[in-house]
Design a protein around this ligand. Structure first.
Ligand SMILES: Nc1ncnc2c1ncn2[C@@H]1O[C@H](COP(=O)(O)OP(=O)(O)OP(=O)(O)O)[C@@H](O)[C@H]1O
Ligand SMILES: [Mg+2]
Length: 249
């Protein structure tokens, strides 16, 4: 099983939209895929029409052997399962604090999923925490959506420094531009000549698109209701790039 996380310290940059759409692309490619909604806001769970919520408290999750596996729900989309969000996730951080091997916790939790899935997609909340450290340690690739602004570069550098401080591999970070509006000069300039501070920048980018905004109304990945939209094509292109990095070809 490969693990692909969507992360940025900044909120509202398109992490969840990308996580849901790329998980859909992976499932369409015939890869059994599970999306774990790690954000208590539960936006990914909402997009995937979850009505149940997570039934187990974080503490139990860490104690029971197959506790996480039991929380997997099938979605209406073939090949795509979901572990829904729950507000008890704030307890996860506390448990990480208490453990003497905090980095192994998430890996241990997800290990029973390894036989069932080709790909685990993690949709992360926008913060630095033990949870994010665990996510970085576990993931094969961390995709980082960035709106093309100088502040986004700063946020990316902070993430990169955080990994360095924690002696984690910064080469697993894959930034990509999100909410690109070609009417804006800086957006056009950065597409042409990306800033040097963004190593591994993916060449595909997500345009600012009403189809993405409409995901909330449709509670679906973009491809389900706007298959021929530029946004659907963009997510597909992103997935194809990441798929190569993940060696899922
Ligand atoms: N490419 C896009 N074009 C237009 N709107 C977008 C795009 N991507 C995301 N949005 C909208 O912006 C808002 C934030 O997107 P999303 O929830 O994916 O971001 P996020 O980074 O996961 O946010 P959070 O940090 O709160 O988890 C949503 O209302 C979403 O519909
Ligand atoms: Mg989100």
């Amino acid at each position: 099983m490969h693990t692909l996380a969507f992360y940025n310290l900044k909120g509202g940059v398109g992490k969840t939209a990308a996580a849901v759409n790329l998980a859909w692309c992976a499932a369409q490619d015939g890869l059994t895929t599970c999306l774990w909604d790690l954000d208590p806001q539960g936006a990914a769970s909402w997009y995937l029409r979850d009505t149940t919520g997570l039934e187990v408290k974080a503490k139990k999750l860490l104690k029971g052997k197959n506790a996480l596996e039991n929380q997997v729900r099938a979605t209406e989309l073939p090949g795509l399962d979901l572990i829904p969000a729950d507000t008890t996730y704030r307890h996860l951080d506390l448990l990480f604090e208490q453990s003497d091997k905090p980095r192994e916790i998430l890996a241990k939790l997800v290990s029973p999923l390894a036989d069932r899935y080709h790909l685990l997609v993690l949709d992360c909340p926008p913060s630095f925490s033990r949870l994010s450290e665990n996510v970085f340690a576990l993931s094969d690739a961390v995709a980082v959506p960035l709106i093309p602004t100088p502040l986004s570069i700063r946020a990316f550098s902070q993430v990169s420094e955080f990994l360095q401080q924690k002696q984690l591999d910064r080469g697993q970070l894959f930034p990509f531009f999100s909410m690109v509006d070609k009417r804006r000069m800086l957006h056009r300039q950065w597409l042409e000549a990306p800033p040097a501070e963004l190593p591994n920048l993916l060449s595909a980018y997500v345009p600012y698109a009403s189809a993405v905004e409409q995901m909330g109304q449709h509670q679906s990945p973009v491809n389900q209701f706007a298959a021929h939209s530029p946004a659907a094509a963009a997510y597909q292109a992103l997935w194809e790039e990441l798929r190569v990095y993940l060696r899922l070809v």
